[in-house]
Design a protein around this ligand. Structure first.
Ligand code: ZN
Ligand code: ZN
Length: 266
């Protein structure tokens, strides 16, 4: 019946217009503010980050160390044309990685743990601004997606101790992993890695104490056997925690272990 069809077509755009009008009215009454700098969100916004904060995140420039992901001096020539999913795993190693070993096979971080990246991660983790998972995960995808090989079987968020997660109300690594996995079309596999005991916050400890603190604190599921697994966390500081997670995954038979984080300490 033409009149009804006509009415149907009119109603949907009208609802959309009303909703947009409602959002605009709410923005006017309660302007959305950037959790990092407090500015009103305007052009270039990556909700809830404002445009200038999003642009000011200190992204890590190529080339990157093939293992730890630290930026390399620019004198390194770009690698030959990449195959599908080859990513940047064919870059040379940085000075710190040459002659040393690591439990993980590759790692990439989107940004240096500094400036807006550090402020945003603090607001996300310690002030409960969980909406920041969206732009921070988008940053990882923007910067690191080409480095993620095609054979990855699952993203594994670094597990929090039960008491810590209860206190915080969420696991920041899991919130990031869900969004990154959606963009990369990979599954999140929370059950592939568990914490066997609580550990002290790593920030309170020196290097040797950090290693002792997390030694044996994780156990991986036999499901990881023969698979390429990627750990996800918000930030790598000394790398002791992801090292221990990677050790547990390899001990359970994982073929390869990668690490994706929003930021790393350089
Ligand atoms: Zn801002
Ligand atoms: Zn390196």
């Amino acid at each position: 019946m033409p009149p009804l069809e006509h009415a149907g077509r009119r109603v949907r755009p009208l609802i959309g217009e009303l909703r947009a009008l409602g959002v605009a009215a709410l923005d006017l009454l309660f302007p959305a503010l950037c959790p990092v700098c407090g500015a009103t969100l305007a052009a270039g916004r990556r909700d809830p980050l404002c445009g200038p904060c999003w642009s000011a995140i200190p992204r890590l420039p190529a080339p990157w160390c093939a293992r730890c992901g630290r930026p390399l001096p620019a004198l390194h020539a770009p690698p030959p044309a990449a195959g599908p999913g080859a990513g940047d795993l064919r870059w040379p190693l940085c000075g710190a990685c040459v002659g040393s070993s690591s439990a993980y096979d590759w790692a990439r971080a989107a940004a240096a743990y500094d400036g807006v990246a550090r402020d945003a991660i603090h607001a996300f983790k310690f002030r409960g601004m969980t909406a920041l998972a969206r732009p921070l995960a988008a940053l990882v995808v923007e910067q690191c997606a080409p480095a993620v090989p095609a054979d990855v079987a699952g993203l594994v968020p670094v597990p929090l101790a039960r008491a810590r997660q209860t206190e915080r109300g969420f696991n920041q690594a899991a919130l990031l992993a869900v969004r990154i996995a959606g963009a990369l079309d990979v599954r999140v596999r929370r059950r592939w890695l568990a914490r066997t005991r609580a550990t002290r916050p790593q920030t309170e400890l020196g290097a040797a104490e950090r290693r002792a603190n997390v030694r044996g604190a994780f156990v991986a599921s036999p499901a990881v056997a023969g698979r390429h697994v990627v750990l996800v966390d918000d930030v790598v500081t000394t790398g002791t925690t992801v090292e221990e997670c990677a050790r547990a995954l390899h001990a359970a038979g994982a073929a390869r272990v990668g690490v994706l984080t929003v930021a790393r300490v350089l």
